[in-house]
Design a protein around this ligand. Structure first.
Ligand code: BGC
Length: 764
């Protein structure tokens, strides 16, 4: 049904319009009965539906309806699987339709700047391209069911410490290339119905009242057409917020801020058309939902199976000296650690789901008919106490020693990471590290299985024969772990973030989380592997790393061209072969390395990836595209993306540190970087531009001679003091005003030279 939203807005009173711009309670928008505007509900997600019926709160204190807890974003990102994320979104969309929820709040696409951020488990990656791809697929899946999403938290909400007020100091290039890029592609490709603005300030301005962020970037630049809602309580000043582009305040403001909007319109400080536009945007999404309503039921069991499959596709086999897969019959296997019985599978706070079932590995192994091994369990540690319990430890060591193999289920307790606060270190509980060390002494076939929302230090990693990273993998975590451990499924996830050896290695270490008022993003664009790889630093496990029970080889890297214009699309293809005897999936990653020398950039950046399924011995050709953005960086003189002319390398990789194939491509562009000509413009800059070079080149000899003297006739000692190389560099580094100091130009002649150079630059 085509609705005339404008005419509905015209019939609304000023008070009704202002009222539409804030919630009626924690989870509902207001309606206007006389005009047929319904009160719709929004609910938290994003890795499950958290719908509260009774006492509402936004931090997960009170129970929500029973639902399915899917793996969290830190895990699903490791699947590198757009289709899988879309399927997850579709399932969430069905649940929302069944429960009459118009918008599910998420996905959250903030970049993992530091491993310490308490909410990293809700975020996808340290890489903006991967994060944007996962988010776009999630959004498309949910919205295919005519349910809205709310891409959050816009923007740069990368820490919990003082999240409601902290001022983040981030330079323009870093914002665009890292922190906004994840949102940008998700907005352009996924077209979310809503975006949720974050609590924090960016460069002195609250996100909730930044016209630049909410209107110029989000709408004018990226073409966002939905409505912007505030994070819960993120409004600093309501009227400037509305003018900046914040359409809906959540939750309810008790009428206070509605009244502020009404008086601002009445006294002329707010143009009523701004209010009308916000209301139109909100109504368009409300009616999109109600007009396309397809209430139905959903199948909890089916969604549980999907949660299991996603978990299986997301877990990352970090290390395997050959102990995995475990034998399925005739052996005694020790399952050690309370997470085997009661796994940790989600994080705390507003995304907390009330799962209708939870399956730990112990239960899963006992119920899986293919596994007939004798599984012996020992608790090992008390998850509530970070203190070694001597009796539990002794029993665990004994159980492990008596078995043919041991699997230790370890990781972070709930209290170690959550929404609302950041971690203060990257360690696991000491008692668990001790348990792992003691078991490694008595059992050579030991596997460590981790449950954590963010990387942990692994001081025992060199001694552990195998490590499976299961992150926070949803309610069916145990089934997925058991299927992977016993080889009923083949691990195929890869890390969506780097695991450094220690916290101090992380690039944000010296500037996280700031002084309580401000935090400087001093590491700039060098976030995650962009830093570690450029510095050639050793890391525990690199970005994109993940093993399989088979091996894959790459060959025949082909580019559709070896010369491209920045407006072209480059097609990259290669062959991938499964060399083992188990079917498996490989994630092929394409990185671009900029060798143009135009600006200092990360050694390589991820620009595309594909996940391919291969039967034993099978070979397939995979293709991916690269476009201008794949080569570009954000130029702050142009205020736009710029791909410099010159040579780039295309790297086909199995991880950011495992480069399998390389090919070079040359890029040309018609874009010219602006050249500002003034008394301090350097000779090098002028010689680099053909138009200004034509004016200046004939004059540089005199300057060179006067800077470095008569090199040809100088003594040997003088020639040593001033080498040819030095003379050249001194010339290149000379600003125009050097003509005054060394060639005897006066101020008038310098001004004339500057004018001539400017004229030359402007001629076609
Ligand atoms: C969180 C959001 C969440 C909202 C509603 C806020 O505290 O930052 O992610 O959607 O609460 O619960």
């Amino acid at each position: 049904m085509e609705r005339d939203i404008r005419s509905i807005v015209k019939q609304m009173t000023l008070e009704e319009k202002a009222g539409m711009c804030s919630g009626s309670d924690f989870w509902h928008l207001k309606g206007v009965k006389r005009l047929g505007i319904p009160e719709v509900m929004v609910s938290d997600g994003p890795h499950g539906l958290r719908k509260q019926n009774d006492k509402a709160d936004h931090l997960g204190v009170n129970e929500s309806i029973k639902a399915v807890c899917f793996p969290t974003a830190c895990a699903t990102a490791c699947s590198f699987d757009r289709d899988l994320l879309q399927e997850l979104g579709e399932a969430l969309g069905d649940e929302c339709q069944a429960e009459d929820v118009s918008v599910i709040l998420g996905p959250a696409v903030n970049i993992k700047r530091s491993p310490l951020c308490g909410r990293n488990f809700e975020y996808f990656s340290e890489d903006p391209y991967l994060a944007s791809q996962m988010a776009a697929a999630h959004v498309k899946g949910v919205q295919s069911k005519n349910i809205g999403t709310s891409l959050k938290h816009f923007a740069a909400n990368n820490q919990e410490f003082r999240r409601l007020s902290v001022d983040e100091r981030i330079d323009e290039r870093t914002l665009r290339e890292i922190y906004l890029a994840a949102f940008e592609t998700a907005v352009r490709e996924g077209k979310p119905d809503t975006v949720m603005c974050s609590y924090n300030q960016i460069n002195g301005e609250f996100a909730s009242e930044s016209h630049w962020l909410l209107t110029e970037v989000l709408r004018d630049d990226w073409g966002f057409e939905g409505y912007v809602m505030s994070d819960w309580g993120a409004v600093n000043r309501r009227v400037p917020g509305l003018a900046a582009g914040l359409d809906l305040e959540m939750p309810a403001s008790g009428g206070a801020t509605d009244a502020e909007i009404v008086s601002a319109v009445k006294d002329g400080t707010l143009d009523e058309s701004v209010l009308d536009t916000a209301v139109e945007r909100i109504l368009r999404i409300i009616f999109k939902y109600t007009d396309g309503r397809r209430a139905g039921d959903f199948d909890l069991e089916k969604h549980n199976r999907l949660a299991e499959r996603i978990a299986e596709e997301s877990m990352v086999l970090l290390k395997n000296d050959g102990v995995l897969p475990l034998p399925r019959e005739g052996r005694q296997i020790a399952f050690i650690g309370s997470f085997a019985e009661k796994p940790r599978f989600q994080g705390g706070g507003s995304s907390h789901i009330n799962p209708f079932r939870i399956t730990g590995a112990l239960e899963a192994a006992e119920n899986m008919p293919q596994i007939t091994c004798d599984i012996r369990y020992a608790q090992g540690y008390d998850v509530k106490e970070d203190r070694t319990d001597a009796a539990l430890l002794a029993q665990a060591v004994q159980t492990a020693a008596a078995a043919d193999a041991a699997v230790i289920f370890a990781g972070l307790p709930d209290s170690f990471e959550s929404e609302g606060y950041d971690r203060s270190h990257m360690r696991m509980p000491d008692c668990q590290n001790e348990l792992i060390r003691e078991i490694l002494k008595v059992q050579p076939n030991t596997v460590v299985v981790l449950h954590n929302g963010s990387p942990v230090e692994m001081p025992w990693a060199d001694d552990a024969p195998a490590i499976l990273e299961s992150y926070l993998c949803g309610q069916a975590v145990g089934e997925a772990q058991v299927r992977l451990l016993f080889g009923l499924a083949n691990p195929c996830g890869k890390l969506a973030e780097t695991i450094p050896f220690k916290l101090q290695d992380n690039p944000s270490y010296l500037n996280f989380p700031g002084d309580g008022h401000t935090v400087g993003y001093q590491e700039g664009v060098f976030v995650g592997y962009r830093y570690y790889d450029t510095k050639e630093m050793a890391v525990r496990y690199p970005f994109g790393h993940g093993l399989s029970y088979t091996t894959f080889s790459y060959s025949d890297l082909t580019l559709s061209a070896d010369q491209i214009k920045d407006t072209d699309t480059l097609r990259v293809s290669l062959k991938v072969k499964n060399n083992g005897n188990m079917a498996g999936k490989e994630i092929v990653q394409l990185y671009v390395a900029d060798h143009t020398g135009c600006i200092f950039r990360p050694a390589k950046e991820l620009k595309n990836f594909v996940k391919v399924f291969l039967e034993p011995g099978e070979e397939k050709t995979v293709s991916m595209e690269l476009d201008k953005r794949s080569f570009a960086w954000y130029n702050t003189d142009l205020h736009d993306w710029y791909a410099a002319p010159g040579e780039y390398e295309i790297l086909a990789c199995a991880s950011s540190r495992d480069i399998r194939l390389r090919a070079a491509v040359r890029l040309t562009t018609r874009t010219r970087l602006p050249l500002a000509i003034h008394r301090n413009t350097t000779v090098a800059e002028l010689l680099a531009n053909p138009k200004t070079a034509a004016v200046i080149s004939s004059m540089t000899d005199a300057l060179a001679a006067n800077i470095s003297g008569d090199a040809e006739n100088s003594s040997e000692a003088a020639a040593e003091a001033i080498t040819k190389e030095m003379s050249l560099k001194m010339l290149e580094n000379s600003p125009l005003r050097s003509f005054k100091s060394f060639v005897g130009m006066d101020e008038k002649e310098l001004a004339e030279l500057i004018a001539r150079l400017k004229d030359a630059l402007e001629t076609e």
